[in-house]
Design a protein around this ligand. Structure first.
Ligand SMILES: [Zn+2]
Length: 398
């Protein structure tokens, strides 16, 4: 069946008026007034269990993030999270409370229009990824950082790279600081043979222009976490050099213990601070570039009108569809579909979808009824019950 919207964004270079989209999962044709269709966004860096609030660490900015990690562990935010889930250091995230927290973190990305999120941490068993409201990417290898190694679990970085087989991303925090410790990390990475096409470097605050040129040459990717960098370190990645040199730059939120509220808040802040970067280019970073860096199927990076498995439909608030992305909030999402499963949207179109085995919850935002897959309200209530008071997470729209 077909979906009609006012405007369709195929990718950052191709927008069209009134192009019908073929959706296998609707049972009758659907027309959405005053709407724009996009490929959903991708959050390229987060730590799902770390989405507690507010930010941790009173002595920021730090010369490097490794100092922050220690400071974070005695922060009020971290200690409050301990009441609900105490991280015993095993990083077994199938412990019910950890898994619930991770799901809560995934909802942060769902409510900001994402199809997928990269959850940087030790690889978990399949069930962890299966029971998530959006695609929490399962195929990856990783290391925490060159300086601290895989303290949280996983093999040596060389072994992890080998296990990637060059067919999935190898993800590592690198150059997250301004001191000598972080400045030498890039050279160490290269020396150990870890700068390859499937390498996704997180942060890169300490990278020099020459190093950024080496990254471009290797066709590797860099994830820019502007808000988190600014808060923790007081400096960010040299984005202008990277764009000039043609590096595959993607954008991530990091967790709310160091980063912004969600991916849209991240984009809004970037647009404010770097108005010379076209909004269409920002859109490319959170779609096509991320799909490439994370080795996702093509329809995670571009809308496929002939077989629309992944789809984001927004209210049309701004005429320019890329400016319209910055207006996105949970209220303005008419529909989010990931891999043929409706995940979130307006209640009034819910009946266009046939019955599924998935469970949904209904709630209101500013008088507009919404459906969402799973039950994020119950997660919030479970946390409230453990704490004995109401905990407000600013990325949840209720
Ligand atoms: Zn991180």
């Amino acid at each position: 069946m077909k979906l009609h919207t006012t405007q369709v964004v195929i990718d950052a270079n191709n927008t069209q008026k009134s192009l019908p989209l073929k959706l296998d999962i609707i049972t009758k044709d659907l027309s959405l007034e005053n709407s724009v269709a996009y490929c959903p966004l991708i959050n390229a860096h987060d730590h799902l269990v770390g989405n507690w609030y507010p930010k941790a660490g009173k002595d920021h900015p730090y010369p490097n993030s490794h100092i922050w990690v220690e400071d974070m562990k005695v922060s009020e935010s971290f200690l409050e999270r301990n009441i609900y889930w105490f991280n015993d250091g095993s990083f077994d995230l199938l412990v019910p409370e950890a898994h619930t927290l991770a799901r809560l973190g995934a909802y942060k990305s769902l409510f900001s229009g994402c199809s997928a999120v990269q959850d940087h941490g030790p690889n978990q068993p399949p069930r962890y990824y299966r029971e998530m409201p959006i695609n929490v990417i399962e195929a990856y290898r990783q290391c925490h950082s060159i300086t601290l190694g895989n303290w949280w679990g996983g093999e040596s970085p060389e072994k992890e790279m080998e296990l990637s087989g060059g067919k999935m991303p190898f993800i590592i925090h690198l150059g997250e600081g301004t001191d000598d410790v972080t400045k030498q990390e890039f050279a160490e990475l290269e020396k150990r043979g870890l700068l390859r096409e499937n390498t996704l470097l997180i942060h890169g605050i300490a990278f020099t222009k020459e190093e950024i040129a080496r990254i471009a040459e290797a066709k590797a990717s860099v994830c820019w976490c502007q808000n988190s960098n600014d808060y923790l370190i007081g400096k960010t990645f040299d984005i202008d050099a990277a764009l000039k040199l043609g590096v595959n730059v993607v954008i991530g939120t990091d967790s709310t213990m160091s980063g912004g509220i969600n991916l849209i808040a991240e984009l809004q802040e970037i647009h404010e601070k770097y108005p010379h970067i076209p909004q269409s280019q920002l859109f490319r970073m959170v779609t096509e570039n991320s799909a490439k860096a994370l080795y996702l199927p093509e329809d995670y990076g571009k809308l496929n009108p002939d077989r629309c498995r992944n789809l984001l439909v927004l209210d049309r608030i701004k005429e320019d569809p890329f400016a319209n992305i910055l207006e996105l909030d949970a209220l303005s999402i008419k529909l989010l579909i990931v891999e043929d499963i409706p995940r979130f949207g307006d209640r009034e179109i819910f009946d266009y979808f046939p019955k599924t085995e998935h469970e949904y919850t209904f709630f209101e935002i500013a008088g507009r009824e919404k459906f969402v897959i799973g039950d994020p309200l119950a997660i919030n209530e479970e946390i409230d019950a453990a704490l004995g008071y109401h905990k407000d997470f600013p990325f949840l729209p209720f």
